[in-house]
Ligand binder design. Structure first.
Ligand code: C2E
Ligand code: MG
Ligand code: MG
Length: 253
């Protein structure tokens, strides 16, 4: 089904707003893939991304995602709607492919989108950050002017050495460290240390999975960055279809 889904047009992108605190201004969106399967109904990415990574379909699918997200950003800009950036998840498998730099360059050129408006989110993966070819590609992408952020920081192949080998534009603290902060002293300690680490390194932070005011209060206390900090989560907005984002952007004008 996944193999045919791309040609059948069964994939769609939803967009989750990113908000800057303390002001609460919307600053951008993260594009999140959805599969409307004729046989299975709506399938979330946690179910099918591992499969397409394994069978290699992530490479053409990731290319489609990049182009679709850049087109959407261009449409919003053309309509005079203002936001700073659109973030796209990029799988390690894509960074392992030689084509990635050309694909990103082509997506930007095709849509006439400024490179600084595109942020590529890459999850921690030893396969990428310890491979000289992948690192070279990440440097080439940065040289195009796109931002590179480290997604799901603190999970998976967590190694602080990654922070020495590549200068990330943003660190996204994984939502698992933001849950149950009042009762969970370990999560409090880890989250506070991650925020302090990013601050000391001078890397802007985005906290994922923010669902409660209590989490916001914790972040206000621990995020020392003078420019504020970004958050994403159900407290502010769920991921939503493009037309709902268009309405949201329009209402801010
Ligand atoms: P991610 O990049 O870390 O994306 C954030 C996930 O957290 C999204 O799940 C989002 O819906 C969810 N989320 C946002 N706010 C909250 C909250 O307040 N509470 C909770 N519990 N969850 C929240 P989603 O859309 O199911 O995506 C899951 C993962 O699938 C993504 O994690 C990303 O790793 C992957 N993914 C999604 N789209 C793509 C894509 O186009 N390409 C690739 N390679 N991976 C993708
Ligand atoms: Mg992400
Ligand atoms: Mg994440």
């Amino acid at each position: 089904g996944l193999r045919r889904a791309l040609e059948r047009g069964e994939f769609a992108l939803h967009y989750q707003p990113r908000v800057v605190l303390p002001d609460g201004e919307l600053c951008g969106f993260e594009a999140l893939l959805r599969w409307h399967s004729a046989e299975l109904g709506l399938v979330g990415p946690t179910e099918f991304i591992p499969l397409v990574e394994e069978n290699g379909l992530i490479v053409p699918l990731g290319e489609w995602v990049l182009l679709r997200a850049c087109r959407q950003a261009r449409e919003w800009r053309d309509a005079g709607l203002e936001f700073e950036a659109i973030a796209v998840n990029v799988s390690p498998r894509q960074v392992k492919s030689d084509a990635i730099v050309a694909v990103v360059r082509a997506a930007l050129a095709n849509c006439g989108l400024e490179a600084r408006m595109l942020e590529l989110e890459i999850t921690e993966s030893s396969a990428v950050f310890q491979d000289p070819n992948c690192l070279a590609r990440l440097h080439q992408l940065k040289a195009l002017g796109v931002c590179i952020s480290l997604d799901d920081f603190g999970t998976g192949y967590s190694s602080l050495a990654f922070l020495k080998t590549f200068q990330f534009d943003r660190i996204k603290v994984d939502q698992s460290f933001m849950v149950n902060l009042a009762a969970d002293a370990t999560n409090r300690a880890i989250a506070a240390s991650m925020l302090a680490l990013a601050h000391e390194l001078g890397i802007p932070v985005l906290a994922e999975g923010i669902e409660t005011e209590e989490q916001v209060a914790f972040l206000r206390e621990h995020c020392a960055h003078p420019g504020g900090f970004e958050v994403q989560g159900f407290l502010f907005s769920h991921p939503m279809p493009a037309d709902e984002c268009t309405r949201l952007l329009g209402a801010r004008r």
